[in-house]
Design a protein around this ligand. Structure first.
Ligand code: SF4
Length: 244
């Protein structure tokens, strides 16, 4: 049987993007191939993962990593009421680093009636193709360049493959974000399809990285709306209400 290490499992409210407010089961997987300066997530593989058995209780049981996929499915079925959940969010870290395991797990979850929502940094297009048959909704980041890391080409390949599914793009923006980078991101999306829903997500202040000013957000949204049809500014809402 295939095993998979996890970071945490919980049932909560989606706090980002166009599905904000829907109830989801979250499966957070460890490891990431990027080091974004505003990252707020622990990405190391823990010896044990945690599972919140009563939603919102902040009470967690701990279980050893990795877990066999049949045991994981049993655990999810025993702990959660699947039908009340809009979807199951596979998140990270970067979940596509576990594409070999996910191509076994996702069909099992779909057999139980779950809609699969993939949250990804959008930089692993080959791994996306391994799992895309079982994914329904793709929340894809476009990472604006940081340090010497630039991802335009892989993002474009990723977005072209994602377009066969319900995909939206999320771009985290901060006070120091440049018009040039935003223009490149906008052109990339418009080059795939100008109807792709695009979310500008003002960074939640962290590590000295500042949230953009209101005028910046409005100016940037206007810039995107010159080429794209559906552009929204949506902050991380779960942080306002203390949700996981
Ligand atoms: S892609 Fe996500 S998890 Fe990975 S470093 Fe960036 S913010 Fe953190």
């Amino acid at each position: 049987m295939v095993n998979l290490p996890l970071t945490e499992i919980f049932s909560s409210i989606q706090g980002e993007g166009p599905y904000v407010g829907v109830r989801q089961l979250f499966l957070r997987l460890p490891k990431c191939n990027l080091t974004c300066p505003y990252c707020d997530t622990e990405t190391k593989v823990p010896q044990q993962f945690r599972i919140e058995t009563v939603a919102g209780s902040q009470h967690f049981n701990k279980l050893d990593n990795p877990i066999a996929l049949d045991k994981l499915l049993e655990l999810l079925l025993q702990t959660y009421d699947f039908p009340i959940h809009h979807s199951l969010s596979v998140t990270g870290g970067e979940p596509l680093l576990w594409s070999n395991e996910l191509r076994v797990l996702l069909p099992l979850l779909k057999e139980k009636g779950l809609t699969i929502y993939l949250e990804t940094n959008g930089t692993l297009p080959d791994q996306l193709l391994d799992v895309i048959p079982w994914v329904d909704i793709i929340s894809m980041d476009i990472k604006l360049p940081f340090a010497d890391q630039v991802y335009w080409d892989v993002h474009e390949a990723f977005l072209r493959s994602s377009f066969q599914k319900d995909v939206f793009v999320k771009i985290v923006v901060e006070k120091e974000t440049t018009l040039n980078d935003l223009q490149n991101a906008c052109d990339l999306i418009a080059g795939v399809d100008r109807s792709i829903l695009t979310v500008l997500q003002p960074v939640t202040q962290i590590h000295g990285i500042m949230t953009p000013k209101p005028y910046q957000l409005l100016e940037w949204q206007s810039l995107f709306l010159e080429k794209l049809i559906n552009v929204r500014v949506i902050p991380q809402t779960h942080v306002f209400i203390g949700q996981l």
